[in-house]
Design a protein around this ligand. Structure first.
Ligand SMILES: Nc1ncnc2c1ncn2[C@@H]1O[C@H](COP(=O)(O)OP(=O)(O)OP(=O)(O)O)[C@@H](O)[C@H]1O
Ligand SMILES: [Mg+2]
Length: 432
């Protein structure tokens, strides 16, 4: 992962955080708004209860209940002075039969409008009710100007025990405004803490992106070191094989051939044949060992070229009677890293064919087109399924996985396709 990749991850994290915050903020706003509205309506209810019980009820005499003009005038004075405000715009006192006993709007006094179910319930149960006024009702004919109203009503009593319904009208806009004030008080704190949380997380995201990237680098480094040390080891083994057993076998085959040729007249033909067979066996051993040396020693690749080295690799399979068809141009111009990768991939694939495939035919093809090198190795062997490969991998067999890692390290693609009974194909594409 590059530095850019780390920054990209942090930016993605930050944006996701902002989106989450926006969602939270909107949802919180909706909830808060609802709460504020409920709170404001409760306030309106408390105000009406205070006005009804605390101010109007003490001034609501039996005479006022009976409709005596002097008593009503006194009540009106109290209402005008102590109840009505800019936001409290109307007061009505109803008799249980729906007659308006008193209102600060004189034209309403004496009018009769049957009480609704809610009003009757408020009277019967002694509770305080609040609702948005239906301004189209005839009883609200004088309240139609100045926007929506919230009406709150509750029962009150005259000293003699007579019951009436006290009703107070408040501007909805004042209710909304007090809700808004609550939202305005809470919202900055809520949004501020969300923002703070988001800000605190940014450096954390930044440092964990760094740690992740360092971890990946370390892993890459270990992989390269492992490959490097294994190729040093291989070179050593290859050199040992080449200088030791190969030379010994060469000497042996030479001596055996010479002995067979120089056998005096009359020597038992079976002995001569045994000497010749021995020489052949020694030469075959040399061939096999040379192939093995080539296979494990990447050094020869640079001297002999890719086509020749792959030809050497095929020797092992051919010695087992497998037909190997190679189509690799001898004049390929490839970067050393690409050449080595293609060689290693071919070596692994052919080792796998020898070890697992039971194939009769293998095709190896390399082509270069448009700056990309393509390697394709197909066999007609028994194939395998994903589960087998996964299991082998868990058991520590990493041949194909290492090839895939190397390919992706070089910025290429590797595809292994196989099906039990239908052979295996490995297709690799890397920058040439
Ligand atoms: N050409 C093939 N034909 C059939 N089976 C194969 C072939 N190539 C790979 N496989 C299956 O896939 C498995 C994984 O192969 P891989 O090269 O990753 O590991 P390995 O060859 O088992 O061990 P390692 O390569 O580490 O020595 C093999 O064990 C084998 O079952
Ligand atoms: Mg393998």
């Amino acid at each position: 992962m590059s530095t850019n990749g780390g920054a990209g991850a942090v930016v993605r994290f930050a944006v996701a955080g902002l989106v989450a915050m926006a969602v939270l903020g909107v949802a919180g706003g909706i909830v808060l708004n609802g709460l504020a509205e409920d709170e404001a309506v409760d306030d309106a209810r408390r105000l009406a209860t205070l006005a009804g019980r605390g101010v109007v009820e003490p001034a609501f005499t039996d005479a006022a209940l009976a409709g005596a003009p002097a008593a009503l005038a006194e009540l009106d004075l109290v209402v005008q002075e102590r109840v009505l405000t800019e936001d409290v715009v109307r007061v009505k006192i109803w008799a249980p039969d729906g007659t308006i006993l008193y209102s600060d709007e004189p034209r309403l006094i004496g009018q009769r409008y049957p009480l609704g179910a809610d009003e009757q319930e408020a009277l019967a149960e002694g509770v305080t009710e609040a609702e948005l006024s239906d301004l189209s009702k005839p009883e609200n004919v004088y309240e139609r100007e100045g926007g929506e109203l919230l009406e709150v009503y509750l029962p009150i009593r005259a000293p003699g025990g007579g019951q009436a319904l006290f009703e107070l009208y408040q501007r909805q806009s004042s209710i909304d405004a007090s809700g808004r004030r609550l939202v305005e008080a809470v919202a900055p704190v809520a949004i501020g803490s969300l923002l703070l949380l988001w800000l605190i997380q940014l450096p954390l995201a930044w440092s964990s992106a760094h740690r992740l990237r360092d971890g990946l680098r370390e892993r890459q480094g270990l992989l390269e070191a492992a490959l490097e040390s294994s190729s040093v080891e291989r070179r050593r083994i290859a050199a040992d094989l080449h200088d030791g057993p190969v030379q010994n076998l060469a000497g042996l085959s030479f001596s055996l051939s010479a002995a067979a040729e120089r056998a005096p007249e009359g020597t038992d033909p079976a002995t001569v044949r045994a000497l010749e067979d021995g020489a052949d066996a020694a030469r075959d051993g040399i061939r096999r060992l040379r192939a093995a040396v080539v296979e494990i020693n990447p050094g020869r690749l640079h001297d002999a070229g890719l086509a020749a080295s792959i030809g050497d690799l095929a020797g092992v399979l051919r010695a087992r009677g497998v037909t190997v068809e190679i189509d690799v141009p001898s004049d390929l111009a490839l970067a050393p890293a690409t050449e080595e990768l293609l060689y290693r991939a071919t070596a692994e694939a052919l080792r796998n064919v020898a070890a697992h495939a039971e194939a009769t035919r293998v095709g190896v093809r390399i082509s270069v087109d448009d700056g990309r090198a393509a390697l394709r190795i197909e066999d007609d062997g028994r194939g395998f399924d994903a589960a087998t490969r996964a299991r082998r991998r868990e058991e520590g067999h990493l041949g194909l996985a290492l090839v895939e890692d190397l390919v992706s390290h070089l910025g290429g693609t590797a595809a292994v396709t196989s099906e039990p009974g239908h052979g295996t194909t490995i297709a690799i594409e890397v920058p040439a």
